[in-house]
Design a protein around this ligand. Structure first.
Ligand code: ZN
Length: 149
């Protein structure tokens, strides 16, 4: 990757790394722990591939992997996982608020969450909050959207 690209990208890691850290963050938030079997299931990837990637993430300082205790996030890994989960939530709420079908929302969010800057996320968060508080405007926009279909 040319050095210049880095100034313009919002990537915290590669999209693949971000997806793993997001999953691990979500599993720990909901279940208290993250096991390879659950990460594999949620990402739709084989356990062998997940184990390889976890070892790589461990070597890069994002997680600590103990075979019988599962995957623990380091401070750095936790920061990235929480940030991607936040992007995921804001983008999902914004799009789902318009009544888009869940499959489209999910696929688009999984792509977009790796490619937006902090400033853009702040803008979208404000929009989402205002729209969630303004049923009249939301209704008007949904009506216009239906007219485009
Ligand atoms: Zn996501």
């Amino acid at each position: 990757m040319p050095p210049k690209r880095k100034e313009h990208t919002s990537h915290l890691g590669s999209p693949a790394i971000e997806d793993y850290l997001e999953q691990i963050h979500n599993l720990i938030a909901s279940k208290g722990y993250a096991r390879v079997v659950d990460i594999a299931k949620n990402l739709g990837i084989s356990q062998a591939s997940v184990t390889n990637m976890i070892q790589k993430l461990d070597a890069e300082g994002f997680v600590v992997y103990e075979r019988y205790r599962g995957v623990i996030l380091t401070e750095e890994g936790g920061k990235v996982g929480a940030e991607i989960a936040r992007r995921h939530e804001v983008l999902t709420r914004l799009l789902a608020g318009f009544g888009l079908d869940p499959k489209t929302v999910h696929e688009d969010v999984e792509g977009m969450e790796h490619h937006i800057s902090r400033q853009t996320l702040d803008v979208l968060t404000l929009l989402m909050e205002e729209l969630e508080d303004n049923a009249v405007l939301m209704g008007k926009l949904k009506g216009k959207l239906a007219g485009l279909a």
